[in-house]
Design a protein around this ligand. Structure first.
Ligand code: CIZ
Length: 369
């Protein structure tokens, strides 16, 4: 694979494959489709979890891509629903001594990096992310070492160990202003691991970038033709696209944005229908804010390891009411990070947070979206 902006050929490492077999196992473990409950079981679980959260001095922070049940439970129990950065920030500001992170592994790790004094538990620590899997620390370190003239910028969807080796961490909500800032300082950027988000940022900023070839198994599946066909049926609909999607899908977007950015876009009072290219867990917040609007899933090719008609992230779907109740009872699935790695990973995360504060970038406004 060759870098997009270098004259000489750049050899990228062979990435570990996220095989269909691996994905199918994740789907089977998750049940993929929403959980089924015996009569009364769901209500009993919800009541039990609320009681346990109080008893354990714990607060539930859930990602926008988790199930409606978990997002509703987080809100009803005094917790929070947000993107990864705001989940960690909320956990930091909240007085609870235990954070229950419903999301994928890197989100639990980010919460722990920012809140070392707190206990961080996750319903399932096997819940991972294809971007994280495709960027192992040994390959990343070797690649950075081979290109010392580049500033390394990693997406939040990476392990604590990868963050510990990076100069900057960014989320999709803040990637553009940070890369523009680096460009103004004349820096060249080694970007990992999402190639679609990386090339979107490169197109928008013109920065000299080496782009790691990883991708999200969900966003990779959105298809431009399907979106065009749907747009013919719903010509008034705005197309909202997450920048982890392929270029030809991003090119069809009325709005390109992070989860928080897309939720904000869906509040536009002049638009009543949306075609949305991101994980469908996001519809919970969109429909909650705008119940009368029409929200359509952007079509996928039905390829890869996920089901034909379902673009739920199989790892996000590993978070459920049963395993949440279980970790609250047992204290299992605690996130721990070696102090040396945690302290080093904090540096590029803190750099991002300081940048956001200096430039008054509000990644999520409380009470909005
Ligand atoms: O950082 C996050 O929460 C992710 C994975 C995406 C986004 O756009 O917010």
């Amino acid at each position: 694979m060759s870098a997009q902006s270098e004259k000489k050929e750049i050899e990228f490492p062979e990435l570990p494959l996220v095989t269909e077999d691996f994905l199918s196992k994740a789907q089977a473990a998750a049940g993929c489709q929403m959980a089924e409950y015996a009569p009364g079981e769901r209500e009993a679980l919800l009541a039990g979890i609320k009681k346990l959260l109080k008893e354990q001095d714990a607060v539930l922070v859930a990602h926008y891509y988790t199930s409606d049940d978990l997002q509703q439970l987080a809100e009803e129990s005094g917790g929070y629903v947000a993107d990864s950065l705001e989940m960690a920030r909320f956990g930091h500001d909240h007085p609870a001594s235990t954070l229950i992170v419903a999301g994928v592994r890197f989100m639990g790790e980010t919460a722990k990096i920012l809140n070392p004094e707190k206990r961080v538990l996750m319903p399932d620590t096997e819940a991972t992310c294809s971007l994280d899997l495709e960027c192992p620390v040994d390959l990343f370190t070797a690649f950075c070492d081979g290109h010392p003239e580049y500033t390394s910028v990693v997406y939040a969807n990476t392990s604590a160990a990868v963050k510990a080796r990076a100069d900057w961490v960014v989320t999709s909500g803040i990637a553009l202003p940070i890369i523009k800032h680096l460009a103004e300082r004349g820096e060249k950027v080694l970007w990992a691991p999402d190639r679609h988000l990386g090339s979107y940022v490169q197109r928008e900023t013109g920065v000299d970038m080496l782009i790691w070839p990883g991708s999200c198994v969900i966003h990779e599946q959105f298809k431009a033709d399907g979106i065009r066909n749907l747009k013919e049926k719903y010509p008034q609909a705005q197309v909202l696209v997450h920048p982890e999607s392929p270029k030809e899908v991003v090119e069809l977007a009325d709005v390109v944005g992070s989860t928080t950015g897309l939720i904000k876009a869906s509040l536009n009072p002049d638009v009543h229908a949306f075609i949305v290219a991101t994980e469908p867990g996001i519809f919970y917040k969109m429909k909650q804010a705008s119940p009368a609007k029409l929200f359509l899933e952007a079509p996928s090719g039905g390829l890869g390891g996920t089901c034909e008609s379902c673009l739920r992230c199989p790892w996000m779907a590993m978070n459920g009411l049963r395993n949440l109740a279980e970790v609250l009872k047992t204290g299992a699935n605690e996130i721990t990070i070696e102090e040396d790695i945690r302290a080093r990973a904090l540096v590029p995360i803190q750099r991002m947070l300081d940048f956001a504060r200096r430039h008054q970038i509000i990644v999520k406004e409380k009470g909005n979206a």
